[in-house]
Write a protein that binds this ligand. Structure first.
Ligand SMILES: Nc1ncnc2c1ncn2[C@@H]1O[C@H](COP(=O)(O)OP(=O)(O)OP(=O)(O)O)[C@@H](O)[C@H]1O
Ligand SMILES: [Mg+2]
Length: 250
């Protein structure tokens, strides 16, 4: 079943066409990647899906509802989360506190202001979920580390954890492993892969580092000049002559 259907979406900036009739269909629980040369419209497409920008034409349906005209917050509430859109981690809070505060069920305040003895079932459930999510993103050993003392890659894992805690069902990421060392970059994609399978979360990721991402993603959209020129599995994409010519430049 398609969770997200993008139908003939257009976006212009001051008369400049940036998205030129985008059609995409995403299935639940799969990992999608968007590739394409600099300036071809990948980030703009993510902005349009997340509600940060409104398209000039076309429609976006999410789980059967028309979200084309919804703004950022309304779209976020439907379960579409762009990782960096989550309020910046409170840098003086620990990993665990950051996860608690991101819960869609609770503002997190009760954890801070109420003594443990007065916690209700809700709080206990959120604590349990935060512990699970912390394990999922591989930060259990950093439970009590203040988030500003986490490495750049660990902060990205925390962002991913916060997105899951927020109840996200479709997670959009713009270059999640940019500037991350190869070992941690692989680890981030491994986590994304496990999370997509175990939590049934759909991922839509813009990423240039194909050597790493192509081992984990299931479907690739290759863009050029605001259009999807080819789509398919990573194997099909690397063999496609249009992609080789346009993107890989060989
Ligand atoms: N807010 C804006 N106002 C005007 N032009 C914009 C705006 N945002 C993006 N553009 C232009 O739209 C085009 C597509 O930009 P976009 O950021 O979507 O590309 P991209 O594929 O993400 O590129 P990169 O790989 O470099 O991140 C570029 O020419 C860019 O200059
Ligand atoms: Mg971009």
């Amino acid at each position: 079943m398609s969770v997200l259907i993008i139908n003939n979406v257009y976006k212009h900036f001051g008369g400049n066409p940036v998205l030129n009739g985008i059609n995409m269909s995403l299935q639940k629980g799969k990992i999608y990647q968007m590739i394409g040369p600099n300036g071809c419209g990948k980030t703009t497409l993510i902005n349009v899906i997340s509600g940060m920008l409104k398209p000039d034409g076309g429609s976006i349906m999410y789980e059967g509802n028309d979200i084309t005209k919804k703004g950022l917050y309304e779209t976020y509430k439907t379960g579409i989360v762009r990782t960096w859109q989550i309020p910046q981690p409170f840098i003086t809070l620990t990993t665990f506190e950051n996860l608690l505060f991101s819960s869609d069920e609770n503002s997190g305040e009760s954890f801070v202001y109420a003594p443990t003895s007065t916690w209700h079932k809700d709080e206990e459930r959120i604590m349990k979920r935060a512990t699970e999510v912390m394990k999922m993103v591989g930060l259990s050993e950093k439970k009590d580390t203040i988030s500003q003392n986490l490495s750049g890659g660990q902060q990205k894992l925390l962002e991913l954890g916060r997105a899951i805690m927020s109840g996200a069902k479709l997670i959009l990421m713009d270059e999640p492993i940019a500037g991350v060392n190869p070992t941690l970059a692989k680890e981030i994609f491994q986590k994304i892969s496990t999370i997509s399978q175990t939590q049934d979360i759909t991922f839509c990721i813009v990423e240039h580092r194909l050597d790493i991402s192509f081992q984990y993603v299931q479907h690739v959209f290759a863009m050029d000049e605001g259009k999807i020129i080819v789509e398919g599995t990573p194997n099909q994409i690397v063999k496609n002559s249009k992609v080789i010519e346009t993107y890989l430049g060989v």
